[in-house]
Design a protein around this ligand. Structure first.
Ligand SMILES: [Fe+2]
Ligand SMILES: [Fe+2]
Length: 486
């Protein structure tokens, strides 16, 4: 079987799974446990419905996806890697130019496992965080997009579990079990990363998550796609093709909320947007402040010996390390990266971090640039509607829990406040309970094809060339779902 052909066995795959009976059996034993987890922690209340979803049927860039109605528990989760590149070489670090590995080098085993488990853990975590959102979707179009994101995060878990089973022996199998045991926000057994333990109760938070937090995922996956461990590189490459839609959902979702708010401000300039059923700009800004800062934390410390070692050994590169001309030097032993760090008396001084130790920061800056691009686009909607107000990304120093700015009361402009001053202004800077309650009060489900809730503009177009008023979800009828809603 050629590695670009998907075999539709019990577990769809393009890794010739049936030739490795032991691995196949192990994964077939994991499969029902995955499904149990999905029924317990996946989208509540929609498991019997027909959802218009795309499924991977090929790993070729053109035409990899097939769209049709499917019940989510019957989704064909599988193992898909992009085909190997002939004679692929490590593109950076101390082992630059060496042939890539198809097995894990013994001395890198622990670090590699940690990287894979940390990535893997985010996939089921996000499904758990989003499990109740279907019940308040602003349209059938959005409902379908939520489920598309959810099933694909489930598939990303499969992708990582395959690597754990195939390359990490008994340790890997145990890690794969634990991935179904931890729960987002659980007091005793939480997910590994903080942003994945935050509840997502409303759709503005969902759009912020897919815009900012999933986008961290894109940059992490892209850095792993550069890896010298070829199966990891090929796995993450295919995940990135799916991930693009998640980011689209987030970016256009926030954009549509802003468009709707701008429209309402135009209709009734003297009135409060909230009174008209829209989401006021200052509240959107607070959500952005919260999710952007929490997502920046996911990149880790600015100065990191782990990051240096991942780069040196060829485990993890920079964003587009080898596929773009962005980085002329792939060794990175020379040069420094500058960062303003807090010094005495509330002042900042510029420090130089040796480039390899600064790789988390380099990746984070690529991410921040991408977020700034989206922000420009959103502000364009306000400008088009004739509004002088603008939204902004907060400074990377604001509201941080990880790295050199952690715990310091910087404002969104990057100025250090006193702790008291920050507390006094907290309500203006970050979402408060009253904000969340307000947004939640707007979350009334809209189930008629083509209709949108009053706080969000329609999308520019439908999915898969279908009209916006397409029946993206067929409800099976009340009481037919045994997964139990709330
Ligand atoms: Fe994912
Ligand atoms: Fe995603």
């Amino acid at each position: 079987m050629s590695s670009s052909t998907i075999s539709f066995e019990k577990i769809p795959n393009n890794v010739n799974l049936s030739s490795d009976r032991k691995l196949q059996r192990a994964l077939e034993e994991w499969q029902p446990r995955f499904l149990e987890w999905w029924m317990e922690m996946g989208p509540a209340g929609f498991q019997s419905d027909q959802i218009y979803l795309r499924t991977a049927i090929s790993v070729e860039p053109s035409g990899w996806a097939h769209f049709d109605y499917v019940k989510m528990p019957e989704y064909r989760w599988g193992i898909f890697l992009t085909p190997p590149q002939a004679d692929r070489r490590i593109g950076f670090g101390d082992r630059i130019g060496n042939a890539v590995w198809n097995e894990v080098p013994g001395e890198l085993r622990k670090e590699m496992r940690r990287l894979i488990v940390t990535q893997a853990d985010t996939e089921p975590a996000s499904v758990e965080q989003q499990r109740l959102l279907g019940q308040t979707a602003p349209s059938l179009y959005d409902l379908r997009n939520l489920f598309q994101v959810n099933v694909e995060e489930g598939r990303h878990l499969w992708a990582m579990v395959y690597l754990l089973h195939q390359f990490f022996g008994r340790d890997g199998r145990e890690e794969a079990e634990d991935l179904l045991v931890r729960r987002s926000g659980h007091p005793d057994s939480p997910r590994i990363l903080n942003a994945f333990n935050k509840p997502i109760r409303d759709w503005l938070a969902f759009f912020c998550f897919t815009m900012f937090t999933d986008r961290d995922g894109k940059y992490q996956l892209a850095a792993l796609a550069e890896s010298g461990f070829d199966p990891l590189s090929r796995t993450t490459r295919f995940m990135l093709t799916e991930e693009a839609h998640h980011l689209f959902v987030g970016e256009t979702g926030i954009g549509r909320v802003i468009q709707r708010t701008a429209e309402l401000m135009k209709q009734a300039p003297a009135q409060d947007v909230g009174a008209l059923g829209g989401i006021p700009l200052d509240l959107i800004q607070r959500y952005i402040n919260e999710w952007y800062s929490a997502s920046l934390d996911l990149f880790g410390s600015e100065d990191s010996s782990n990051a240096a070692s991942y780069f040196a050994t060829g485990l993890k590169g920079r964003y587009n390390e080898t596929s773009a001309s962005k980085y002329p030097d792939h060794i990175a032993l020379e040069g420094v990266y500058e960062i303003d760090v807090p010094a005495a008396a509330g002042r900042l001084t510029t420090e130089q971090i040796p480039l390899r130790r600064a790789m988390n920061l380099v990746l984070r800056d690529a991410y921040a640039e991408d977020c700034a691009r989206a922000m420009n686009k959103w502000n364009g909607f306000l400008a088009e509607a004739g509004h002088p107000d603008r939204l902004a990304l907060p400074s990377q120093r604001f509201n941080r829990e990880v790295g050199v700015y952690a715990g310091l009361p910087f404002d969104p402009a990057g100025n250090l406040l006193s702790g008291d001053e920050f507390e006094r202004r907290r309500g203006e800077l970050l979402p408060q309970d009253s904000d969340r309650a307000w947004v939640e009060s707007l979350m009334i489900p809209t189930c008629e094809p083509g209709r949108m809730a009053g706080w969000i503009a329609p999308p520019a177009r439908g999915i898969d060339g279908k009209p916006i008023d397409f029946q993206y979800v067929h409800r099976a009828g009340p009481g037919s779902d045994n997964a139990g809603g709330r």
